[in-house]
Ligand binder design. Sequence first.
Ligand code: URA
Ligand code: CA
Length: 435
Amino acid sequence: MRVPDIIAKKRDGGELSREEIEFMIRGATSGEIPDYQMTALLMAVYFRGMTPEETTALTLAMAHSGALVDLAGIRGVKVDKHSTGGVGDTTTLVLAPLVAAAGARVAKMSGRGLGHTGGTLDKLESIPGFRISLAPSEFIAQVNTVGVAVVGQTADVAPADKILYALRDVTATVDSIPLIAASIMSKKIATGADVIVLDVKVGSGAFMRSLADARNLASLMVEIGRMSGRRTAAVISDMSQPLGRAVGNSLEVREAVHTLRGEGSRRLLELCLELASRMTVLAGVHEELGTAREHLEMLIKSGVALAKLRDMVAAQGGDPTYVDFPERLPVAPFERAVVARGSGHVARADALTLGRAAMAMGAGRARKEDPIDLSVGLVTHAEVGDEVHAGQCLATLYASSRDKLEEGASIADGAFSISETPVAAPPLVYEAVDA
Ligand code: URA
Ligand code: CA
C-alpha cells in the first residue's frame, strides 16, 4: 500500500477499504506517516465524505490505536453517555448517580471544558477533595461496590484521535461529520461500555448548528455503535439556550444537587430523564421507556439517586457534606444582575453568548492549558418564552474581580432579547434516533 495512492483514491471520491484505513491510522499513530500526508487525507475526507462502513472502520482503527480500557472485572451491564457539549449542561452529574441507582453500572470517563462548553471533570473538582484519577483497579472496585465512578480519560485511550484532532484543529477539517463521529465513537468504544446513549446538541451553543447536521451526526454514530456491537441510541436536544440555569463549575454542581432533589431546572431534569430512561432500557434494567421514567422519577423523589451521588463523591475522596449543603461550595464574591431592557417575552437567551460571558469571567479555558476559576459563572432566571417586565433580573453573574464582572456583563447583556409578542419555547428534545 502506498500513502499517495490512498490519498488519491479518497480525493477522487473512492471508498477506502478497511485495510487502507487501518494502514493510515497505524502510520499516523506510529509517526511513520508524516503530518502533511495525513492532513491531505483529512482534507480529502472533508470534501468527499465517508460511507458508514468507512467511518466504522476508521472508528475501530482509532479505538484500537491504544489500549482498550478493560472493564471485564465489572459485574453487570456497563452504560455510558456522551454529550457533544454545551452550555449549562450538567447532565452527567445527575444521570450517572440516577442510572446507577436504577441498577445499571456507570463506569464513566469524562473530559474537561474547552471554549464556551463546560466539562464534567472541572465541575467535579469544585468539590473539595474529589479525585478524578483512580487506578484501574480502584475504578473497577468502585463501580462494583457503589455502582458508579466518574474519572478522567487516561492518556492511552485512542491516541490516534489526539493526533488527528490536533491536525484537524489547525487545518480547517474539524467540521466533518464522519471525522467527528469517528472521533467521538472511537473514545466511547475504547472505554468499554456495552450501552452508549448519545446526546447530540443543536443550536448556537453546540457544535452542530442545524437540525439536519445533528440528525446526520446522530444517525451515523448510532450506526457505528450498531456495527461495532454496542447497544447505541441518540437524542437530539436543544442548545440554543443553556440547558440548566447555572453556567460555571461550582454553580453547576449546586444545580445538579438541586435537580437530584427534584428542585432544579425543569429542562435539565427532563433531559436527564429522557437520556436515563434510554440508558436503563438498553441496559435491560427496564422493559420500556414509560416504566423506566416512572422508576427514575421515584428514585429522585425518594432521595435514592441523591444518596448515590453522595456515595460516589465520598468514594472518590470528596467531602460529601457539599452534597448535603451545596450552597457551601465557593461562589465568587462580585455579583451583578443582567436586567430586561423592556417588558414582553424572552425571545432569545443565547447559549453561545452566555457561555462566552462565563468563560470571560474565568469559568472556561480558551486553550487546553489555561487555568480556570471554579467559583465563577452565572445563573439565569428566565427562559425563552417566559414573560418578563422591564428591569426584571434575567441572570446573575458571579466573578472574582470587578473587572472580570464588567467584562462578563458586557457580553451577557447581548444574550437576551425581548419580544413584544408571545414567543413559543423551543422543543427540548427534537427527536430520538434508535438503532
Ligand atoms: N468532539 C470530539 O470528541 N471530537 C470531535 O471531532 C468533535 C467533537
Ligand atoms: Ca459535557
